[in-house]
Design a protein around this ligand. Structure first.
Ligand SMILES: [Zn+2]
Ligand SMILES: [Zn+2]
Ligand SMILES: [Zn+2]
Length: 380
């Protein structure tokens, strides 16, 4: 079954500074956000821009389009030429972190760029393709808008990345078309519903990507004390576990049963019913509970899980998102000007970059970073 869901959109603004008036761009972003808000008030937004010291974005998606424009305006003066590869990588790692914490969202990346940005180096294409293959089932979509662009090779590369997610590349040669293209992109994407484990025609995560998703999920902590299970509202002697994100206590068996209701397309990876954090249990245990080999706890009739959109609104009311800046994980170092003329202006990548998954917190980064940007674990 195909449905439309609440969407979180990240707009990557990779326009060469000084080539067009920024107001034109804010206008187009506003059209996009306004059109989306009219259809679904639960859609949220974010942006990525490049500043002197690397890519910047809000540390949370926001419900508030005005806040996006305000934040962009406050950063406008420091915007520099964008690195498309680094921006895509940062966008995806940010979205992975959001996916770990919330359910039932469709993630969108919209890249607005021209010929002035750093092109995606040939050797990074495979890293990006590999990354996109993993996240496209979240679900995740890329659409690209190229403004006044003649670079066929870069267009081809970006088109390929977008098509991998069933997205498109849009060519614009007249800035006047920008608003209408953004307006057309505001339409929701159709996605398949992840099916419950064992159901026919259920959408599942492809076998090759199961380790990636299982790795994102937290192991619940053991709970030895006395307490009441937050799913069945009973105590008893059966093993209890704690969500490491919100500290709520549940029976392990209740968790295994609940996994059927909040499946992401892998039988034993599910979300906490209280805080939506991604959790996992042993595959065999979940199977045994769900097939009745291990008896389940009795569930109350009125059990409901928390409404996610209200939960996200509460979070944003408590704290407005802040602009943060990170290292460019795919930095492209330009040669000094004297050397440039001899070598036909070719940009050179000094270090060969590898993708790294932090062994401590499973955050994705590249070998540019000596320590994990998220948990500061030393990566060598
Ligand atoms: Zn229980
Ligand atoms: Zn939780
Ligand atoms: Zn880490």
């Amino acid at each position: 079954m195909e449905v439309r869901k609440s969407e979180d959109s990240l707009i990557f603004c990779g326009i060469t500074p000084g080539t067009i008036k920024m107001n034109r761009i804010y206008d187009a972003f506003s059209v996009f956000m306004k059109d989306k808000k009219e259809v679904d008030g639960s859609d949220r937004f974010n942006f990525i821009i490049f500043q002197n010291h690397g890519p910047s974005y809000l540390d949370h998606f926001t419900f508030d389009p005005k806040y996006i424009i305000k934040s962009l305006k406050s950063s406008e003066k420091r915007i520099v030429k964008a690195n498309i590869a680094g921006g895509i990588f940062v966008a995806i790692t940010f979205i992975i972190d959001v996916f770990k914490k919330i359910s039932d969202k469709v993630f969108r990346l919209i890249i607005l760029t021209d010929d002035g940005a750093y092109k995606i180096p040939y050797q990074y294409i495979t890293i990006l393709e590999d990354l996109i293959d993993k996240v496209k089932d979240m679900p995740f979509f890329i659409d690209v808008i190229r403004l006044n662009s003649f670079d066929l090779q870069e267009k081809g590369n970006l088109r390929k990345l977008a098509q991998q997610t069933k997205g498109k590349l849009h060519d614009i040669n007249d800035i006047k078309e920008l608003n209408s293209v953004f307006s057309s992109l505001s339409k929701k994407k159709l996605v398949q519903v992840p099916g419950y484990y064992g159901k026919k025609n259920a959408k599942t995560i492809p076998e090759r990507n199961i380790p990636f998703y299982a790795n994102l999920a937290d192991d619940p902590t053991e709970y030895k004390g006395k307490g009441t299970c937050a799913i069945c509202f009973q105590g008893g002697n059966n093993e209890m576990i704690k969500c490491p994100s919100c500290d709520i206590i549940i029976h392990k068996r209740c968790g295994a049963q609940w996994a059927k209701m909040s499946s992401i397309g892998i039988s034993y990876v599910f979300r906490c019913h209280n805080c939506f954090n991604l959790l996992k249990l042993e595959q065999q245990f979940v199977f045994d509970v769900q097939t009745g080999r291990i008896p389940a706890e009795k569930r109350p009739e009125k059990f409901t899980h928390r409404d996610m959109i209200n939960y996200l609104r509460e979070l944003e009311e408590k704290r407005k998102p802040k602009i943060i800046q990170v290292n460019d994980p795919m930095v492209i170092e330009e040669e000094p000007i004297e050397e440039k003329s001899n070598k036909k202006n070719k940009k050179k990548i000094k270090k060969k970059i590898k993708m790294i998954i932090c062994p401590n917190c499973s955050h994705l980064t590249t070998s540019i970073n000596k320590e994990c940007p998220k948990c500061f674990y030393y990566l060598q």
